[in-house]
Design a protein around this ligand. Sequence first.
Ligand SMILES: Nc1ncnc2c1ncn2[C@@H]1O[C@H](COP(=O)(O)OP(=O)(O)O)[C@@H](O)[C@H]1O
Ligand SMILES: [Mg+2]
Length: 510
Amino acid sequence: MLARVWSASIVGIDAVKVGVEVDISGGLPGIVILGLPDAAIQEARERVKATLKNAGFAFPMRKIVINLTPADLRKEGPCFDLPISVGILAASEQVSAYLLGDYLFLGEVSLDGSLRPVAGVLPIAATAQKMGITGLVVPADNAQEAAVVEGLAVYGFKNLSDVTDFLNNPGRYKPVQLDDTPQKLHPTSMQIADLKDVKGQAHARRALEIAAAGGHNLIFVGPPGSGKTMLARRLPSILPALSFSEALEVTRIHSVAGLLKNRGSLVRDRPFRSPHHSASGPSLVGGGSFPRPGEISLSNKGILFLDELTEFKRDVLEFLRQPLEDGYVTISRTKQSVIFPAQFTLVASTNPCPCGYYGDTIQQCTCSPRQREQYWAKLSGPLMDRIDLQVAVNRLKPEEITQQPTGESSATVRERVQQARDYASGRFKNDQNLSCNAQMQSRHLQQWCKLDDSSRNLLEGAIRKLGLSARASDRILKVARTIADLAGDDALKAQHVAEAIQYRTIDRMQ
Ligand SMILES: Nc1ncnc2c1ncn2[C@@H]1O[C@H](COP(=O)(O)OP(=O)(O)O)[C@@H](O)[C@H]1O
Ligand SMILES: [Mg+2]
């Protein structure tokens, strides 16, 4: 007997439909799997044999050939356990094959027959829906994730015998419902760090607000203990909420990486990723023989925080340049090349010099001018060129430390950020590729950042005095545009440009 069960495999953050053909014929008992399976799928042979026996089914003592189509696609992962088990049961007529053409099956099966969740269910569900598949049969723990996709019947089961019962008596079962509607995309985590805990630091708080409003990359420069890490961790709390399509994209990436918490439905919070400085290139940008998203893609639509930037290996940081420019990363392998989205805001922190106290009001810097020069030269690399806001953070004064924090809460700041973004999006409506000021190109600057005489004089003066490059001057214009948006001003004014010039701390140090 021949049976065919549909399943799917992940390529990048997309899914490809995979056919699992099972043929049982006379011959020496044995089981082979064809069609470029990886080691985990090969292991399914032994797993499935034990599982079927333990779940009370007969394992056919005949020759079993399992063929995975399309033959030229490498397939991976334990998600084929369930379709293989169902295929063997159907081919040996232990379960009805009636529904097999309409459904897609995914899931790892334990030896006792229980179904374990697998990664990548959301992109698979989205692909299945596009292909006109009726429904999806998945482990119960993946059901909510799959149910996010509308127009697809999702059935979640705890063990193999429930799946066979469903195939024999489909009328008894109802598809799962989404626990909550995807339209309600309020960020979930009330435990997210709030700006109201921060004492003083008006300048740095303002910089965070501008970064959030314009999507600008930012670096905090200041002595140890000045609150750089504390401030950076509060940026997510003032970012605008994810739109539904953004949330879907973020969830797809996290699904493929197997990082969905509780396998609940959509990711609602903008990602905040903070890789350790020992991170390798592939863990940052993605890689592996079956390419997996790296930190830059996991922080898509959110924040990539590189704390203590100078501790990161320079060649690893080099990898970030191209994705910072393009908003995506391409990972090429001999068999396939995949593209992962990587549209993130980079936030970094660093000490101002090797000892950490240059410019500090309390402690003397012990570095020689030469040491400082070398340090800054290392900082002002190609990455620094892509950072719009360079923000000096000073340590709190004793009287500030002993005070209660009096600053605004994140919710209040987030409202202004949202208003500024709404204001900017009026300009972007004819340009699909733009979603925030940081993404503006020269032609946009010419159109939307026209300078009057006094602001031109100011900018010229700064270029001369700080020896700024044309690129740095473009960055000032972008930041000034965001400052004007926050003020609800259509025209760039001298005060906006003046404030933007302040955020060139590192240029000023050199
Ligand atoms: N502005 C501030 N308001 C409240 N607490 C602060 C502030 N700055 C620093 N702190 C306290 O000092 C600690 C160290 O700050 P941290 O962000 O780690 O400094 P850095 O990263 O600059 O070395 C914080 O965890 C916090 O408890
Ligand atoms: Mg720190």
